[in-house]
Design a protein around this ligand. Sequence first.
Ligand code: MF3
Ligand code: CO
Ligand code: CO
Length: 278
Amino acid sequence: MITFVDASPRLRRTPGVIPLHGEEGFEGMRRAGQLTAAALDVLTEYVEPGVPTATIDKVAYEFARDHGAVPATIFYKGYRHATCTSINHVVCHGIPDQRPLREGDIVNIDLTLVVDGWHGDSSRMYPVGEISRKAERLIEVTYASLEAGIAAAKPGNTTGDIGAAIQVLAETERMSVVRDFVGHGVGRLFHDEPNIMHFGTPGTGVPLRAGMIFTIEPMINLGRPHVKILSDGWTAVTRDRTLSSQCEHTIGITETGCEIFTLSPGNLFNPLAARKAA
Ligand code: MF3
Ligand code: CO
Ligand code: CO
């Protein structure tokens, strides 16, 4: 059973209950999403061979502090960093550390900034120097799959239409969709209802309604979809050690389609495409 409720008085997640936000929520999410996107823009120039992900994490932390925001992941379930930095075969939740990035790496940086209580959640794929053609293709397909998911995010469709659009696109390119992590409702809560699966059957799942706010964050692998979690309890890697890629936007469903809250002010959402265009 699905119930929709007014999001305003909502304090905690309740399974099967989906909050619908009004103009106040959309305005709050615009501000949080725009600050997160501005921070991810700033990180672009730091992603270079020789730079440790801990340094990039520090830049993100200081950006948040200087703009009156708080990274949602610090103290979240025991996590202690502003960002997740997921390199090569790391699928998600990679922990920033002192190891220098190397030429040819691909790294996902995932950041959620909280502004006046609203959570803007976004991630991008950053190429480190020159990368292989197969890594480029993986990143291109990942961004195309997110775009396909966003195109399906409108009233009249369901969450299953979003997942199906992503899955068809990735599998047509003979890549695979990770099943173990999903997009999520977001707002004053970091992770709320509904879950947004990145695979599925058209017409199934939850009907999309104006006022829903959630992320779409497909993880696409060059090999098989299966993941395992390393002994640090966070780092998710591909079981077959093939490359994995992810990108994420936070969106709100409108009467006619959706609004993307985390668009890049510098047009740097896809750093690889931005570099090629330059
Ligand atoms: N930002 C991630 C997401 O897209 C969540 C990271 S939780 C952490 O939902 F604790 F691993 F940082
Ligand atoms: Co998310
Ligand atoms: Co995220």
